[in-house]
Design a protein around this ligand. Sequence first.
Ligand code: BES
Ligand code: MN
Ligand code: ZN
Length: 511
Amino acid sequence: MKEIIEVRLKTRTVDFSKCKTDLLVVGHFSDAKGLDKVNAELNRKLDGAIERLIELGDFEGKEGTSAIVYGNANIGAKRVLLLGLGERKKATPDTIRKTAARAANRAVSMKAKNMSLALHRAVGGRLDPSKMGQACAEGTYFGSFRYDEFVTENENGRPEKLGVEVIESDPSKTKKLSKGVNNGVIIGRAQSYARTLMNRPANIINPVEIAKAAKKLAREHKNLSCTVYDEKKLVAKGMGGILAVGSGSVNKPRLIILEYTPAGRVSPKVPRVGFVGKAITFDSGGISIKPAPNMDQMKLDKTGGIAVLCTMKAVAELGLGVHVLGLIPSAENLPGGSSYRPGDIITTFSKKTVEVLNTDAEGRMVMCDALHYADKENCDIIIDIATLTGACKVALGCYMAGLMGNDEKLIKQLQRAAVDSGEKVWPMPSGDEYAKEMKSKIADLRNIGSKWGGACTAAAFLRQFVGERKWAHLDIAGVDIFEKGTETSAEGSSGFGVRLLTSFLMNLAAK
Ligand code: BES
Ligand code: MN
Ligand code: ZN
């Protein structure tokens, strides 16, 4: 199997025009009055080529647009890639992140061996340099990511390595920038690892394999520990939800428990956080089987769980001062002679009983056991993340995740993290009206609501299992996948969640 593209990223102090590179990446705002310092210097050495490009109207600096100018003997770069940053006042770290992703995607496609980013320079002092370094690094990993570990033909080959540097001519600025770059490298790598695992099909990765990956992670990071409940332990604990969903497959279910304990003293003000991520390695729907078209996409039904796994990796490497429990209930939802059935009544870990009316509403069945576990483990805050409902995809499309919860402050904190990370969320309800639909006549709960508001009723179901804890729910059905490749990304898994959850923790730990 091929490794993913090895991206090496560093920060370097060098004169922009002297920098020797295959691709020098600079930004330009659509409403800029003339060229900024870097572009002006390059323009001079390129005999006015950048100015001519703009005067001719070939490049206006609109977000998403680009132009290439070839180097000459006066500059070190073979090519200068100008990328549009849009309007100056609208620029955020995410503008830089997306632009870096666009550059990295291009660099890989043109088989460049190296790339030098001077994007932060156009923004000037308006945004925090460390945040910009982070955005450059995250964007670089995001855009250069390819999933081709099973492609054995070399014709469509891509470079094995990409050397990337964030460059700055002023040595007094390099330090802050490089701190951000280093954080961004950790987060970007964690997200790329997540995308690799998420993209792996169900014949390669199953609950046992995810558990192995978690164990390996814990071995490699001394602040992480890992416990795995196998099917016997799940029976002993009474985790009926996870067992029911896993009963139809030869690949047995697991509950994976990762714990991050920070090295130093943790401020008592910092809450203990529990993440719960849905990891259905394949969701056929079970006995309530799904239609055939696009069923292959249901290999991505483990996205939430992998996002939790890789957030734990990032947190451990960042060494954040916050205690985190990462719970990953994992099962394969298949029809078979031993599958759970519509009509079955399942006793969950919490002792609450659930009437199963559709075996395709399996996410909530595995999540409820893990949520109750998080409650019992005294997590002050519980955040769950799951490709839970097609209804959420219908409501929000592929651009943002649904965000539900029972605590306004927590909702705000997640909205903040969404802005910081560029992984967007949108608030949705999950209160009493929806909870009422989830009551059964012959058990405590039923696993589906009425025809309408499916994302909200699903969240209302989960809400029953968090006790009095502060809780938020992210429905990431829709944002888990790029059905087609984009300017900033290859097609397939988006890795959604790793940046969002890590940003949330970074903000908490910064308190
Ligand atoms: N994993 C699916 C949700 C999903 C759908 C994710 C499309 C990504 C894209 C989930 O397990 C599911 O099947 N939900 C059902 C619930 C229904 C039976 C109440 C759905 O959305 O149809
Ligand atoms: Mn399902
Ligand atoms: Zn599912």
